[in-house]
Design a binder for this molecule. Structure first.
Ligand code: MN
Length: 224
């Protein structure tokens, strides 16, 4: 029961400056393409980063309680409700990181090329809210609390992204380790059985660039 949030930082790493390793290493080299995003961002933020690290994966992030709750999805999200995708909960990221696109240098946390693959905002799905979370909300008299939904291992939400939309769930896998969840598209008008969104829309929603173009751009003449 003693698993405080943020305690999963690798023990071998150097003691980070007070408020988190990702902020130190990842936020500073903000993308020059940030300007292509809207000035007034709808909140809470939802984002998927395509991350070409040692293995290509997708980082699914939801703004909750002032940070980006984050899951690494090795196979990426699917619009097919039959495709339940493993989503491994990783460190919270600072909100500012939502707009990051670029290259994180070798040796830094998250080293590799990062693409803003999808972007938008999210809200709890009132039709699909987990009963346990509802019961707890009723007991406390509070409105739906995403932190509680995370605590009971069932987040049901509506995405308003450019590529992903409609009702989704993140469901914690019981007995398989705290960090393992499944990312699942609910059946609704935004579901597309058999579709392959990762291949149909592989590039950045911010810049239109591919992973190769993003890594080439930074190592080239317009490196910052
Ligand atoms: Mn990642």
């Amino acid at each position: 029961m003693s698993t405080p949030r943020g305690s999963n930082r690798p023990k071998g790493s150097q003691a980070p400056a007070s408020s988190g390793a990702p902020a130190d290493s990842a936020v500073q080299p903000l993308s020059p393409h940030r300007a292509t995003l809207p000035d007034s961002l709808p909140r809470p933020v939802y984002v998927v980063h395509k991350h070409a690290a040692s293995n290509l994966h997708y980082d699914f992030r939801l703004e909750i309680s002032g940070v980006l709750k984050s899951w690494a999805v090795p196979k990426g999200p699917s619009l097919d409700p039959r495709e339940k995708r493993l989503a491994v909960m990783v460190e919270d990221h600072p909100l500012e990181y939502a707009l990051f696109e670029g290259v994180i240098p070798e040796g830094k946390y998250g080293a590799g090329t990062v693409m803003l693959w999808d972007f938008g905002w999210w809200e709890p799905d009132p039709q699909e809210m987990d009963k346990a979370a509802l019961d707890k909300s009723a007991l406390t008299g509070a409105t739906f609390d995403p932190e509680q939904a995370l605590a009971v291992g069932s987040m049901k939400f509506i995405l308003h992204g450019r590529k992903l939309a409609g009702s989704w769930a993140l469901v914690q896998m019981k007995g398989r380790g705290d960090k393992n969840w499944l990312l699942i598209k609910h059946r609704d008008e935004f579901a597309r059985p058999g579709s392959r969104i990762l291949e149909e829309a592989p590039n950045s929603v911010a810049s239109g660039r591919s992973i190769e173009e993003i890594s080439g751009g930074v190592s080239g003449s317009d490196a910052t």
